[in-house]
Design a binder for this molecule. Structure first.
Ligand SMILES: *Cc1c(COP(=O)(O)O)cnc(C)c1O
Length: 375
């Protein structure tokens, strides 16, 4: 068994880590087997960014690293419903969301592979993040977006020089168009590409380090495509395997009630993701009806004895106003997670140490926030 490999999640077949593929030849999801090296002592003296865990990140040569010095975001205690909860301030990343964790590692790996052109699809933070790192690395990128996405987001993506392709159809049609284009390019997808999760796993490393190299009891995270949730699980598992921490925290996944396939699957005990009815939600980053890594999310939440929670539009608005009143300008998707924290504290909390995250900046969604605040 090679220590490092790309592994097909369906068949278990293995491919070299340096093969420029993002799905298996039969079209299944890939995961990564990688033996990280984590060391508390050498980490301590390094610059405060996510590359301080250098030997735990599968990019071979330092010269390939594409970085804005991102990571090591502050973690602050904020009182929610009477309980002090530790929040990572991931809305402070260079492009305004935690997606930069994934993009930093994925685009570095893409540079290492010698790839000069990528495609990506998203209507928001993942696209602008990938576009920024491609700009920094001088890699061309085509971003597929559905018709009708907000002008602000389109502008951020275009400003970085990405080639925007507007698809006259649904979010699913857009993903299909990107998949088609990826046949002649490389898919820098935050959901498909397993290297993205090698970046989001640094969330767990930072949390543990900031708690004095201890795992918290509970982490409460968004459950859209699960790029942070799955990454956090991988990171906490690596810390435990390295003998640094003694447990993987309970993982709580938060969904918007208006689009909650995982919440429904969890509550009905389904081993698959059901086709569901959806309504629009303020938490646009959580409006994922068919998350391609949904089964993985279900598995990790269940393995850690966590739960899925769903929050209403009213609860999202209330959480947004609460955080704004405390001086945190976050986007509504990010507020949905805070609403989930509130629900967890009220319904499940048993004197546990909770960590959560503020995922995205309010500057991304000023129009939506104006409608809530200026009422
Ligand atoms: C992408 C995103 C989410 C959803 O996260 P997943 O990892 O896809 O579940 C939540 N908040 C913000 C700000 C995002 O950009």
């Amino acid at each position: 068994m090679k220590p490092n490999a790309l592994i097909c999640t369906q068949t278990g077949e293995e491919y070299p880590l340096d093969e420029p593929i993002w799905q298996s030849p039969k079209g299944y999801l890939l995961d990564i087997r990688f033996r990280p090296f984590l060391d508390k002592t050498s980490t301590r003296t390094r610059p405060a960014n996510l590359w301080r865990y250098r030997e735990a990140i599968p990019v071979e040569k330092d010269e390939n690293i594409v970085s804005f010095g991102e990571g090591a975001t502050p973690m602050q205690k904020i009182n929610i419903a009477g309980v002090d909860v530790h929040f990572k301030l991931d809305f402070l990343f260079p492009t305004g969301s935690y997606k930069d964790r994934g993009s930093a590692v994925l685009i570095s790996k893409i540079k290492e592979l010698g790839i000069r052109h990528v495609v990506q699809d998203s209507s928001g933070n993942a696209a602008s993040s990938i576009a920024a790192y491609c700009a920094k690395a001088d890699i061309a990128c085509d971003i597929y977006v559905p018709k009708g996405i907000s002008e602000a987001k389109l502008t951020q993506i275009r400003a970085f020089g990405a080639n925007v392709k507007i698809i006259d159809g649904s979010r699913e049609d857009t993903a299909q168009a990107a998949l088609e284009a990826a046949k002649n390019s490389y898919y820098a997808s935050h959901c498909w590409n397993p290297f993205f999760f090698q970046g989001t796993k640094t969330f767990a490393f930072e949390v543990a380090e900031q708690l004095g190299w201890k795992a918290p009891d509970v982490v409460i995270l968004p459950a859209g495509n699960g790029t942070l949730l799955i990454g956090a699980y991988i990171g906490f598992r690596e810390l435990m395997k390295a003998g640094i921490t003694d447990k993987i925290p309970k993982i709580i996944g938060v969904q918007a009630a208006n689009c909650s396939p995982l919440y429904q699957a969890y509550n009905e005990g389904l081993p698959y993701i059901p086709k569901i009815e959806t309504l629009p939600t303020l938490a646009e980053g959580l409006a994922i009806a068919q998350p391609i890594r949904g089964k993985q999310m279900l598995q990790y939440v269940e393995l850690t004895e966590g739960v899925f929670l769903s929050v209403s539009e009213e609860e999202i608005k209330d959480a947004l106003l609460l955080m704004c009143s405390r001086g945190y300008f976050i986007e509504p998707t990010s507020a949905a997670v805070v609403a989930g924290v509130q629900k967890y504290v009220e319904q499940f909390w048993e004197n546990e140490k909770i960590v959560s995250v503020l995922t995205g900046s309010g500057l991304k969604a000023v129009d939506k926030i104006a409608k809530i605040v200026n009422k």
